[in-house]
Design a binder for this molecule. Structure first.
Ligand code: HEC
Ligand code: HEC
Length: 332
């Protein structure tokens, strides 16, 4: 009898261990996500920029995405549109070419597009101006400026081969499992101290380059950081970016450092307005069509009855369930 039980025990133990091993291999030992990490889209390489009349504009567009503050910042040599010295590529990593790093893989293929926030159809140039006005807290660039045309040319080149209106693997944030409890900024503070502070600073201020032209490590809160109306200010949007990409050059979408809960808690800490001020929106933070408001957007009114606190910090699953039950879009 005893040996049968031992046998069952060993069998279960083995199953348990081998399961654990599999989990480790596929997700880096972190919580499961449904992203197929083996099938990310591969964008064109800069060596393949065509040698035709568009080449200079494509290269200039890429340069603008990386050195945005130099060209378009408060002291910009081509116009002062941004109100901070962050660069597009601080968020749109590797000039918008990193899988799960807010890339532009399919952007050009998906615009013009209906946007609920404006309740209008926006072109890609309009959408670029959204980022200039919100995270960069700036004023819109003329749609016919050389700089705007260059950025759109770069994104158009980058999206080549992507079917119109389609998404490609890796062009979105990673999927997260939502904890049953609200996001916890206190827990996030400890995670920040352990994994983020060495670069982004004790007060989220980042670190200037020696000539103060831009940042070596961009700021996460404070008056020099992204404004309150922008997508990075949303806990889930930020958490999906953070899990796949931070700490910088240590974490990758297929090799995350933080668990889903940790990414959500640290995103809540960074974006907690009760402790961390940031520029307030110049434009209304409102949505013209509240039916398609992102579920983690922290400012009402909503089509559902959940509070601003619950929308911002969760728990998110009851909101998602309510939306699905009532046929309301679930937007992240
Ligand atoms: C603080 C971070 C941040 C900065 C800086 C930033 N963006 Fe964004 N941008 C975002 C986020 C977050 C989104 C939303 C992506 C989403 O909806 O998944 C976004 C979306 C976009 C989109 C739409 C992409 C798509 O495929 O739908 C474009 C285009 C864009 N940004 C261009 C720019 C440009 C150009 C700059 C520099 C002038 C810039 N952004 C600066 C965070 C940022
Ligand atoms: C080794 C240094 C380093 C560490 C550690 C690090 N980051 Fe970053 N982070 C960066 C750099 C550099 C960028 C900009 C990337 C670029 O411009 O290519 C960045 C960009 C960001 C951004 C988007 C830009 C902005 O300023 O809003 C966020 C959000 C962010 N990091 C959050 C975090 C969080 C949360 C952690 C901890 C889990 C973390 N980072 C750890 C270096 C770091």
């Amino acid at each position: 009898m005893k040996s049968i039980y031992t046998g069952i025990y060993l069998f279960l133990l083995h199953t348990l261990l081998s399961c654990h091993h599999d989990t480790d291999k596929s997700t880096g030992g972190k919580e499961h996500t449904s992203n197929d990490i083996n099938a990310v889209h591969i964008p064109p390489d800069t060596v393949d920029i065509p040698n035709d009349e568009s080449a200079d504009m494509i290269r200039y567009g890429r340069d603008l995405i990386i050195n945005t503050a130099y060209y378009l910042g408060p002291d910009g040599i081509k116009g002062q549109y941004l109100n901070n010295k962050m660069n597009c590529s601080n968020c749109h990593l590797d000039a918008g070419t990193r899988p799960y790093g807010l890339n532009y893989f399919s952007s050009h293929a998906r615009y013009p597009q209906y946007r609920g926030r404006e309740n209008a159809v926006l072109t890609l140039a309009d959408r670029i101006n959204n980022c200039i006005e919100r995270p960069h807290h700036g004023k819109p660039m003329p749609l016919d400026s050389k700089e705007m045309i260059a950025m759109v040319s770069y994104m158009r080149w980058l999206s080549q081969g992507v079917p119109i209106g389609q998404r490609v693997p890796g062009d979105d944030g990673v999927d997260l499992n939502y904890p049953a409890r609200p996001a916890d900024p206190e827990k996030g503070k400890a995670i920040y101290g352990q994994h983020c502070q060495s670069c982004h600073g004790a007060n989220g201020e980042g670190q200037w380059k020696s000539d103060s032209s831009t940042y070596t490590y961009p700021p996460l809160w404070g008056m020099q950081s992204y404004e309150a109306g922008s997508s990075m200010h949303r806990v889930l949007k930020a958490a999906r970016f953070i899990k796949a990409n931070m700490p910088h050059k240590i974490a990758y979408w297929d090799k995350p450092v933080l668990t889903d809960k940790e990414a959500i808690d640290v995103a809540a800490f960074i974006n907690d307005d009760r402790i961390h001020p940031r520029p307030q929106p110049r434009k209304s933070m409102g949505y013209n069509n509240i039916k398609v408001k992102a579920i983690d957007y922290g400012l009402g009114p909503y089509v559902d009855t959940f509070s601003e606190m619950q929308h911002k910090f969760g728990p998110y699953q009851p909101i998602i369930d309510y939306h699905e039950k009532n046929n309301i879009p679930v937007i992240f």
